[in-house]
Design a protein around this ligand. Structure first.
Ligand SMILES: Cc1cc2nc3c(=O)[nH]c(=O)nc-3n(C[C@H](O)[C@H](O)[C@H](O)COP(=O)(O)OP(=O)(O)OC[C@H]3O[C@@H](n4cnc5c(N)ncnc54)[C@H](O)[C@@H]3O)c2cc1C
Length: 484
């Protein structure tokens, strides 16, 4: 079978699905993507894009609030300017919808057929080529019409249909986990997907969950001017991140007046007449006006014919895949949050591309999680690259308080931390805590991907003055240590 004859069906139009579709179309396959809610997926409609847009607004206020040290007085009184959250959220949602439309257009312009509907595996085709049957129906995942209201394959309104595929990619994503006893009502008890319906800034937002999502929203809403209480079941915020970075963030949170309750596990969240009560497992109660429950997500893998097709699911319900995104069933691949490999849009996209390169016989490099760079969009941001360090690496940490550009810009929180192998000086990873760390981490990502040594990193010019100067300086210090 030639690539042009290969029929590819992608279930789910998030980053895992749409990036895979673009690669498959580029390689000449006949590609159909079936998406229930809107192209771009949760990443574009409810998760990354809306949250980072909201955070961009919050950052402007945070900078303005701290402008006194630069010799400016931009905000009167206590520095908490009123925020028109309805206007902020309407911009957020418009931007997300536009981004979804852009991606859908980009798919169509490259010949990918977009079907709005819920799809499921429906057994094998009896025809000579075999293949997988995919049944789809027009209503969205929640029984609602698809968000973007697109019609079926040829433009006519259809209730459903069936597709036959030689290659199927399952990229159905994940949904917010609901804590029993803390069921969201969409008004006061909210998941992260429901925050953008708020017309007014919460007076007091209680955030349950101090992982990346909880920390990002706690940071943003505090910068927007809400009182925030962060309920963390662990010793500190961001239990999965670098401990020094989490320490910086926790100090910043405390300085900005956020209340962080460590070792506090929420047992239930209930409505009061004008707010919410969060009851902790030790009986303490926390009251607030609103509660965001951010306790992780569950994969969208049930009821879509995976088990019937012989696909192995893990104990947590994720699709088990190898490093080229294969399930154990020939022709069936999976990518993104439904696999639980690493819940990042960038990883979903790479898994999706890898699946298509592999399925369509192009050159492919298996997924390497040691090269993934990730960012927590708190203020300051925390960017990491490479695997968590162990005793075998040499490390240096350089506080940004000593960086000339940081002083000029008026911030002192943060650091650059680099790791290398002592024998060779090859850079294995690092952490950057700084405003804009998500951009600063890219040279480190290149260095790790290309196995550059700390000396090679140190020898490249950086602009003076610049925050990236601290990256080169940290690399220079590792050279001194390597010689010691
Ligand atoms: C608040 C928040 C912020 C985040 N911010 C970032 C960030 O800044 N950077 C980052 O890298 N990651 C971020 N993430 C993680 C990122 O959103 C996910 O890793 C990413 O969305 C995974 O992409 P995906 O393609 O696997 O799934 P999704 O984006 O969830 O897309 C899956 C799609 O499949 C559709 N679908 C499900 N079932 C079916 C079916 N049966 N038929 C048809 N369609 C179906 C869904 O409607 C959905 O559109 C964030 C997550 C959250 C919760």
């Amino acid at each position: 079978m030639t690539r042009a004859q290969t029929r590819v069906v992608v279930l789910g139009g998030g980053p895992g699905g749409y990036e895979a579709s673009l690669v498959a179309a580029q390689l000449g396959a006949a590609v159909t993507v079936v998406e229930a809610e809107g192209i771009g997926g949760s990443a574009v409609l409810t998760d990354c894009v809306p949250s980072k847009t909201l955070i961009a607004t919050a950052q402007v206020l945070a900078r303005a609030r701290e402008s006194g040290q630069l010799g400016l007085q931009l905000l009167a009184g206590d520095g908490w300017a009123p925020v028109d959250l309805a206007a902020v959220n309407s911009r957020v949602l418009a931007l997300a919808a536009a981004q979804s439309a852009d991606i859908a257009e980009s798919l169509r312009s490259r010949g990918v057929q977009v079907v709005t509907g819920t799809g499921r595996l429906a057994g094998r085709d009896a025809g000579p080529r075999g293949g997988h049957r995919i049944a789809w129906s027009a209503p969205g995942l929640n029984g609602q019409p698809g968000l973007n209201g697109q019609p079926g394959l040829n433009g006519e309104p259809v209730a459903g249909g069936e597709l036959i595929a030689d290659v199927v990619l399952v990229a159905t994503g994940a949904s917010p986990r609901v804590l029993p006893g803390a069921e969201p009502d969409g008004e006061r008890i909210l998941t992260w997907t429901q925050l953008y319906g708020l017309a007014e800034l919460p007076d007091h937002l209680v955030v349950v969950g101090s992982g990346v999502t909880g920390a990002e929203f706690a940071s943003a809403y505090r910068s927007l001017g809400a009182r925030v209480t962060l309920v963390s079941s662990r010793d500190r915020v961001l239990p999965g991140e670098d401990a020094d970075a989490a320490g910086v963030l926790q100090d910043v949170f405390a300085r900005r007046g956020m209340s962080v309750l460590a070792r506090s596990r929420a047992a239930s969240v209930t409505r009061t007449h004008d707010g919410v009560t969060v009851t902790l497992t030790d009986g303490r109660r926390v009251t607030g006006s609103h509660c965001l429950v951010a306790v992780g997500s569950v994969p969208n893998t049930s009821g879509i014919g995976l088990v019937e097709a012989g696909v192995e699911l893990t104990g947590s319900g994720n699709v088990a895949v190898d490093r080229v995104s294969r399930t154990g069933v020939p022709g069936l691949y999976a990518a993104g949050d439904c696999t639980g490999v690493l819940l990042l849009a960038s990883v979903a996209a790479m898994q999706g591309r890898i699946a298509m390169w592999h399925a369509l016989g192009d050159a492919v490099t298996p997924l390497d999680l040691d090269q993934v760079c990730a960012n927590v969009f708190t203020d300051p941001e925390i960017a990491t690259i490479g695997p968590p360090p162990d005793d075998s690496v040499r490390a240096v940490t350089l506080p940004l308080a000593g960086n000339a550009r940081a002083k000029m810009q008026g911030f002192g929180d943060g650091f650059v931390k680099l790791y290398c192998r002592p024998a060779t000086g090859i850079l294995t990873g690092g952490v950057v805590v700084a405003p804009g760390a998500s951009e600063l981490v890219h040279p480190l990502s290149l260095a790790v991907a290309d196995r550059l040594t700390v000396d090679q990193v140190a020898q490249a010019f950086t602009v003076y003055p610049s925050l990236s100067g601290s990256i080169a300086e940290a690399a220079r210090r590792l050279h001194t240590r390597a010689l010691a």
